[in-house]
Ligand binder design. Structure first.
Ligand SMILES: Nc1ncnc2c1ncn2[C@@H]1O[C@H](COP(=O)(O)OP(=O)(O)O)[C@@H](O)[C@H]1O
Ligand SMILES: [Mg+2]
Length: 370
């Protein structure tokens, strides 16, 4: 914003200090004058040295005014100078922290988010502002770093299928007798993977707080729908899905919440035991929240291993002995969808192996449930 240049706060503070000091001085002088008037008679008889009245009168008050007025003026002049100089110094000292804060803001504007103000001293309003500013810078820096990491990871992941395609094409060109059908099939698989990845990235960027309208959604219906859609995959992998629970109405986007449920059930199927795995999907309402839990049997997981899984492109280690190669965005998408619905996501390793994922969303008002 372009502003007209104005009077600096330091000048304003100095003028107010000096002004108040002058006002107080003037009041004090006035009080002294009133006090003097009270106790000093208007006129006095002049006495001779032998204590007999000489007959003359002397106007004390006007004489007093002659003595008092210049002294009072001198005091006020001194107070004015004192107020201006003292006020200037004091205001400078008081406002010094602002300079640090302004400098830090300028640096942040120029892109240096690593700078911190770190004002020394005990807490006061300026220190509070500086601390709040430091916290904001810290958050901003972490956020930007996360975005950069995400962009780097996404580019890396997107490059992989392209590089594989390139390699396949190079091999085919150098060997004209190669089986074309096999090449086409492998290219199709690699391409499908690139599409999956791109779609997941699009999904992640679209799950925005403002980008959807909220309506009542029954999670138990979504759970059934997801289980039904994924039943062929579950059968292929020998996993049994058990879906049960009460009506659990949340308010949100049906499409996003279905995506969330599908991702969770999909994960529960593919990251399960190699055979005879189980998946339990439960819905319900608990203390004012709508809850969806997806639990599955599987490998034993440690709590340290589980917490970073919701970060983009984080994958577990079990892929080595599992033919499933996901893009590593499933849980990141779930996390984002839960976040834009003001809910919370909890991952807990199960004692017997496998994972339990609980989604808690604010329950929709009961009367609007359909
Ligand atoms: N239900 C689950 N049981 C066990 N591990 C899981 C489960 N869901 C996710 N994971 C682990 O979290 C990782 C990240 O999951 P996700 O973000 O969906 O990526 P992807 O499934 O593409 O690998 C998976 O690679 C897997 O190791
Ligand atoms: Mg997944």
């Amino acid at each position: 914003m372009d502003r007209q240049p104005g009077v600096s706060v330091r000048v304003k503070l100095t003028l107010s200090y000096a002004g108040f000091l002058m006002l107080a001085g003037a009041l004090l002088m006035g009080a002294v004058w009133v006090f003097l008037l009270r106790y000093v008679p208007n006129r006095a008889m002049l006495y001779n040295p032998d204590d007999r009245p000489s007959g003359g009168v002397f106007p004390i008050r006007s004489a007093l005014l002659h003595v008092f007025a210049p002294r009072a003026a001198a005091v006020l002049a001194f107070l004015l100078v004192f107020g201006l100089v003292g006020g200037w110094i004091l205001a400078g000292r008081m406002l010094a922290p602002l300079t640090h804060i302004t400098d830090a803001t300028r640096m942040a504007t120029n892109g240096s988010l690593s700078h911190r103000i770190r004002l020394p001293g005990r807490g006061d309003e300026f220190r509070e502002l500086a601390d709040a500013f430091d916290i904001m810078l810290e958050r901003l820096e972490a956020h930007v770093a996360e975005q950069q990491r995400f962009a780097a990871n996404a580019s890396h992941e997107l490059r992989t299928p392209l590089a594989i395609t390139q390699a396949l094409l190079d091999v085919a060109r150098n060997d004209p007798h190669r089986d074309i059908d096999e090449l086409v099939e492998r290219l199709r698989v690699v391409n499908a993977r690139a599409i999956d990845l791109t779609e997941a990235l699009l999904m992640l960027s679209r799950a925005d707080k403002r980008a959807f309208t909220r309506e009542p959604v029954d999670l138990s219906l979504l759970a059934e729908e997801a289980a039904e859609t994924l039943l062929p995959l579950a059968e292929k992998r020998g996993v049994a899905i058990d879906t049960s629970g009460d009506i659990a109405t949340a308010s949100g986007s049906p499409a996003l919440l279905l995506q969330m449920t599908t991702n969770l059930v999909h994960n529960a199927i593919v990251h399960n035991l190699p055979e005879r795995g189980s998946v339990w999907v439960r819905t319900g309402v608990r203390s004012g929240s709508t809850v969806l839990t997806v639990e599955n049997s599987g490998e034993k997981l440690s709590p340290e291993l589980v917490s970073p899984l919701t970060e983009p492109f984080q994958r577990g280690t079990e892929r080595i002995h599992n033919d499933y190669a996901g893009v590593g965005l499933g849980l990141a998408i779930v996390q984002r969808i839960v976040h834009v619905h003001d809910g919370s996501l909890t991952l807990t390793p199960r004692a017997g192996g496998g994972l339990r994922i609980a989604v808690q969303l604010p329950a929709a008002a009961a009367h609007s449930a359909k």
